[in-house]
Design a protein around this ligand. Structure first.
Ligand SMILES: *Cc1c(COP(=O)(O)O)cnc(C)c1O
Length: 228
């Protein structure tokens, strides 16, 4: 069995190769290691292998890990799961990024609860395949939400995040990524702080990078299968 360090290395190699083949700079795609459900000891192994950006989906679990790993310098913690308004304070106080903003109320609470010295980086989550089971806004709701976020002093609008439907065939998946890329380009033209298009997971990172992703969120391919 491969170690976490080996799997991390091969994920980075896939990113580099794919970016290269698509005529993109290899540093134009960031790797977010999604450590949800995995123990702190696994995160330490990834950290020792050079990884700094970590993604968590559950508030309580994420905050416990951030606190346990406070001694690790240079880490960057991204909240990527659904966020209810009664949990925003913990997220605002502990995370560096929230990628799953899907309504103004949540953004407003995070802005109010953020410690003023350092803005919270946020992405708007887009429900790009219009799925009942997924959070996120529709394409035509990006603009008003971005406008609201841009006026909040303790938030920095960094971009868009999406989780495509996992039943799509390859052509439909690519079309979905292209739609996201177009929405991202439009947003970027309006807001200079926007630099992040977060799309691509273990199963579809290649197609995502070929279609403009600037951040892939990889769990299984680094930490192995999850039990829950
Ligand atoms: C779990 C999760 C991932 C990682 O998925 P893998 O298929 O394990 O790579 C990425 N993004 C989000 C939002 C997730 O919830």
């Amino acid at each position: 069995m491969e170690t976490i360090a080996e799997r991390l290395k091969s994920a980075l190699e896939t990113i580099r190769q794919t970016a290269d083949n698509a005529n993109r700079a290899s540093d134009s795609v960031q790797l977010l290691a999604v450590s949800k459900t995995k123990p702190v000891s696994d995160i330490v192994l990834a950290y020792e292998a050079g990884q700094r950006k970590f993604g968590e989906n559950y508030v309580q679990e994420g905050v416990e890990k951030i606190q346990a790993l406070q001694a690790l310098e240079g880490t960057e913690w991204h909240f990527i799961g659904p966020l209810q308004s009664n949990k925003t304070r913990l997220v605002a106080e502990h995370f560096d990024w929230v990628q799953s903003i899907d309504r103004e109320k949540i953004a407003r609470r995070l802005n109010e609860q953020r410690t003023p010295h350092k803005a919270l980086n946020v992405c708007i989550q887009v429900n790009i395949n219009d799925e009942q089971s997924k959070s996120g806004v529709a394409l035509n709701e990006i603009k008003p939400l971005a406008h609201a976020i841009a006026s909040m002093p303790h938030l920095t609008l960094r971009g868009l995040m999406a989780i495509p439907n996992n039943d799509l065939d390859d052509a439909a998946l690519r079309e979905t990524f292209v739609q996201m890329k177009n929405a991202f380009t439009q947003l970027q033209a309006q807001y200079p702080t926007v630099d992040t298009l977060s799309m691509g997971m273990s199963g579809d990172m290649t197609a995502a990078i070929e279609n403009g992703s600037t951040m892939v969120r990889i769990g299984t391919a680094i930490f192995g299968a999850r039990n829950k």
